[in-house]
Design a binder for this molecule. Structure first.
Ligand code: NAD
Ligand code: IPM
Ligand code: MN
Length: 365
């Protein structure tokens, strides 16, 4: 039997609750396909700060690097919000993405027929939405230098950051985006702020250069402010979106709500080689942590992306996706996706229902 090593990073807040559901789903789905897993759980974020004094211990990164794939739940919380920059849980996550060199973050957002009522948009606007945000993840303003705190000419305190992209960073994310669009409906929309920002001007120039390699893809450009508006006006116009680190962060949260809840959206972060990092797009949800209210499906679906994109185990991935749909078909809903006529369940029970569905659902080959 095949055996893979997976690093589990539960992190903070609802992290431990949702990752334990995803872990059991992986184990069961794998067992049906003759796949075994060796899991190693490591601390990251606030949990690591409390334990070791840093948000990404060296050992956590090295265990991640040695594994076949990494599944992360979420990091962050009130307790560490006022920490200095290098001692923030979020810094640990950024160091992890940088350390694993996972520059391409795929964030699919599709409106499932079962969840149309959970969308805050009108049924006719939300129905059938199926888009993919390709977010650049290891560059831009998150990592650009110079950055820091200082004083201006009036002696006033300032904080500053730099949005910077080099050609190679744009080219490689562009190729991932064009390839992604090719496997989807062949449409790519590049989102930037090229009317104002030099980094975006270069972005647009390089996207157009790489487009020459993909004559079959229908490319368009959109300014980010318009894109934010178009996403709620007519989200069905989008197939694949490619954008920088910060715009991708914001637009994917916006896209999540079209689908009903941020508690549903998974992501895959991939590099040129080495293990991928798989994580829900939501955070640690400190407002509901420890209350068994979290929706574990974003993390469960991230585990499915891990199987598909990280290990190439497409059948096991489909098994998990099918089980999630089956669970929704049966009417089970956590609070964030609840609507009238459904069964309100907590995180744990949602997980148990997914396991039951995994048991009986065999997707067609
Ligand atoms: P958040 O995504 O944690 O929560 C936003 C809202 O969505 C909250 O009301 C929360 O209850 C709800 N929510 C999120 N996930 C849910 C789920 N699975 N089921 C049901 N409801 C869910 O964003 P925030 O409140 O802005 O940030 C909280 C902390 O998480 C901060 O410390 C932030 O830095 C961190 N964060 C981490 C990640 C990550 O680990 N990748 C992502 C975003 C935010
Ligand atoms: C996300 C989060 C992170 C980001 C934070 C917690 C660093 O919002 O994964 O979307 O901004 O990338
Ligand atoms: Mn985010």
């Amino acid at each position: 039997a095949k055996r893979y090593t997976i690093t589990l990073l539960p992190g903070d807040g609802i992290g431990p609750e949702v990752i334990s559901v995803a872990k059991t789903a992986l184990e069961l789905a794998g067992s049906f396909e003759g796949i075994g897993f060796g899991f190693t759980e490591m601390p990251v974020g606030g949990a690591a700060l409390d334990l070791t004094g840093v948000p990404l211990p060296e050992e956590t990164l090295s265990v991640c690097k040695q594994s076949d794939a990494v599944l992360l739940a979420a990091i962050g919380g009130y307790k560490w919000d006022k920490n200095e920059k290098h001692l923030k849980p979020e810094t640990g996550l950024l160091q992890l993405r940088e350390g694993l060199k996972v520059f391409a973050n795929l964030r699919p957002a599709s409106v499932l027929p079962q969840l149309v009522d959970a969308s805050t948009l009108k049924k006719e606007v939300a129905e059938g939405v199926d888009l993919m945000v390709v977010r650049e993840l290891t560059g831009g303003i998150y990592f650009g230098k110079p950055r820091g705190f200082g004083t201006n000419e009036n002696g006033e305190e300032i904080g500053f950051n730099t949005e910077v992209y080099a050609t190679y960073e744009i080219d490689r994310i562009a190729r991932i985006a064009f390839e992604t669009a090719r496997k989807r409906r062949g449409k790519l929309c590049s989102v930037d702020k090229a009317n104002v920002l030099e980094a975006s001007m270069l972005w647009r120039k390089r996207i157009e250069a790489i487009a020459l390699e993909y004559p079959d893809i229908e490319l368009s450009h959109m300014y980010v402010d318009n894109a934010a508006m178009q996403l709620v006006r007519n989200p069905k116009q989008f197939d694949t979106i490619v954008t920088n680190n910060i715009f991708g962060d914001i637009l994917s949260d916006e896209a999540s709500m079209i689908t009903g809840s941020i508690g549903m959206l998974a992501s895959a972060s991939l590099g040129e080689s080495g293990p991928g990092l798989f994580e829900p797009i939501h955070g640690s949800a400190p407002d509901i942590a420890g209350q068994d209210k979290a929706n574990p499906l974003a993390t469960v679906l991230s585990a499915a992306m891990l199987l598909k994109y990280g290990l190439g185990e497409v059948k096991a991935a489909q098994r998990i996706e099918t089980a999630v749909l089956d669970t929704l078909n049966k009417g089970f809903r956590t609070g964030d996706i609840f609507s009238d006529g459904n069964k309100l369940v907590g995180c744990k029970q949602m997980g148990e229902e997914v396991l039951k569905s995994l048991d009986c659902k065999v997707p067609a080959a």
